[in-house]
Design a protein around this ligand. Structure first.
Ligand SMILES: CC(C)(COP(=O)(O)OP(=O)(O)OC[C@H]1O[C@@H](n2cnc3c(N)ncnc32)[C@H](O)[C@@H]1OP(=O)(O)O)[C@@H](O)C(=O)NCCC(=O)NCCS
Length: 173
């Protein structure tokens, strides 16, 4: 049986916790399939306290933790309007990041985080949700497909000096 999951909005006070979690889940997920120097080059600019503080006070971004028995199990980052990393369509919501800690994967936590994104977009009368995912991240692509996302394009993504391809996926609402 799965434990009850609580989803809470991340506040500015949680910036350090969010930063640690973001780094850990990023390295856990991608270090075994990428060059460590490229990983660190990306992380050293993407995961800094000032950047997270800036993002946490941006009214067009929202982070949420998933908690299991008060323990943080994962998080999601949502962007609206001009906080979106691309498109910046006011009728769209971007899922910029969704990560579940290894020990908690496969327990429907990712599903509940993505359901929160879908419900939030529906409540705001948005037309679609979109995201970018590394073309080799088959597990995540399968997960997004199971939630009704379909590919609509691709774009280059620089992981340090490594030019990768992200698949762009969207779910119409
Ligand atoms: C992708 C991720 C967020 C999914 O979260 P999760 O909590 O593990 O997934 P859930 O338990 O909610 O599973 C939801 C669906 O995903 C699929 N899935 C989850 N784990 C799977 C696994 N180990 N193997 C195959 N499919 C799996 C299933 O279709 C499942 O649906 P079900 O209800 O039929 O079982 C999580 O695995 C993760 O954090 N991965 C590493 C980071 C990452 O790649 N993030 C995305 C970056 S774009």
């Amino acid at each position: 049986m799965n434990n009850a999951v609580t989803i809470v909005r991340v506040s500015l006070n949680d910036a350090n916790t969010l930063l640690e979690l973001s780094r850990k889940t990023f390295f856990d997920a991608f270090l075994s399939t990428n060059n460590p120097a490229d990983m660190e080059a990306y992380a050293s600019t993407a995961f800094t306290l000032p950047k997270f503080q800036f993002e946490l006070i941006n009214p067009n971004s929202a982070f949420y933790f998933a908690l299991v028995d008060n323990e943080i199990a994962g998080y999601i980052k949502l962007n609206y309007v001009d906080a979106q990393t691309e498109l910046q369509d006011p009728d769209a919501l971007e899922i910029e990041r969704i990560y579940v800690l290894n020990d908690f994967q496969g327990q429907q936590i990712g599903k509940q985080l993505i359901n929160l994104a879908i419900q939030t977009a529906v409540d705001k009368n948005l037309k679609y949700i979109w995201l970018g995912v590394w073309e080799h991240n088959t597990k995540a692509i399968k997960f997004y497909r199971s939630k009704g996302f379909e590919q609509f394009g691709s774009h280059p993504f620089m992981l340090g000096s490594d030019k990768q391809t992200d698949i762009l996926m969207k779910k119409e609402l």
